[in-house]
Design a protein around this ligand. Structure first.
Ligand code: 0O2
Length: 279
């Protein structure tokens, strides 16, 4: 068997993980900037550790030289969402991407594993550009709710502790916990639209406040200290109400004040005989 240069083998997997995490994070920011609900709550990624790779090869009786062909989760991405419904949206998003080619789908949400494990898995192939050329890397994307993730993380630690032989009484508890997570996900889905509305309103409020404060800051350079003080006091008064319409109105007024200063500046510029426009 050839000598394995682990660093060289794993580097393209590292690149794939980093690029994909970045791309999903970007999507998340885009949703937020558009003031839309984002189905992605959190994205993380990892390259399987060498000892985990060796354990899995041993467990599945895969010869080491077949590792890259047979192990499709050396690069792994995990996407956590709030609601079960978000999973479908994320799956569709992945299926429609031109840079990720879906190879296999494993729906452990609909078809829960006997352990109680629930998660949606997609194996994609992703092209990575390296000095040696383009490499097609398999990447496993796990999509699950926060509840499913909580259960899987705990169960994974127990698998590790008991060397994959969890005692029956602990298994029973895990089964019950899995049922509770399922019930929790259903309850949350039932009030999904209310939760989404509440989260969007709070996101819009933060956005509006940030824009107003930015506008006040811009006025610092042109308005008098007294006027800024007055504007700031008025802002605190409006902010207290936590009323989006009042904040929007206040923001429009600020825009008008800024516009007034801009017009004044341009008029002053026109009057100054020392200044002239260069064509
Ligand atoms: P690790 O340490 O998380 O990386 P197969 O479908 O049998 O050919 P494979 O790869 O076992 O091959 O597929 P499967 O069953 O879809 O599992 C892939 C990964 O899903 C696992 O990777 C786990 O991360 C997760 N997973 C699957 N089943 C369970 C489960 O019962 N409990 C928990 N906590 N996680 C699970 P690894 O390499 O097994 O583990």
């Amino acid at each position: 068997m050839d000598i394995l240069l682990w660093n060289k083998i794993l580097t393209p997997y590292e690149i794939a993980v980093r690029e994909i995490v970045y791309k999903f994070d970007r999507l998340k920011s885009e949703y937020q900037m558009n003031g839309e609900y984002c189905p992605i709550e959190q994205v993380s990624g990892r390259v399987k550790s060498i000892s985990s790779i060796l354990d899995k090869l041993h467990r599945k009786e895969i010869p080491i030289d077949k590792m890259e062909k047979k192990l499709e989760d050396i690069a792994g991405i995990r996407i956590i969402c709030q609601f079960v419904e978000d999973i479908d949206q994320i799956v569709e998003m992945i299926q429609n991407r031109s840079d990720m080619k879906v190879k296999t789908i494993k729906d452990y949400v609909k078809y829960q594993k006997s352990s109680g494990y629930r998660s949606f898995h997609i194996i994609i192939t992703y092209k990575v550009e390296t000095l040696d050329g383009v490499q097609k890397i398999p990447v496993e994307i796990q999509i699950r709710t926060m509840g499913m993730d909580f259960w899987a993380t705990i169960e994974h630690s127990l698998q590790y502790k008991y060397k994959r032989d969890i005692p029956e009484h602990v298994k029973d508890r895990l089964t019950r916990a899995a049922e509770a997570v399922c019930a929790l996900d259903s309850e949350m889905s039932a009030v999904r639209s209310e939760i989404m509305d509440a989260q969007l309103s709070s996101q819009l409020l933060h956005h509006q406040v940030a824009e107003i404060l930015m506008a006040i800051e811009n006025l610092y350079t042109v308005a008098s200290k007294r006027e800024i003080q007055k504007i700031q006091d008025e802002f605190y008064r409006v902010y207290e109400k936590k009323d989006m319409n009042a904040l929007r109105k206040f923001h429009r007024q600020l825009d008008m004040i800024s516009e007034g200063y801009r017009t004044q500046k341009m008029t002053d510029f026109g009057k100054d005989p020392r200044k002239y426009e260069v064509e």
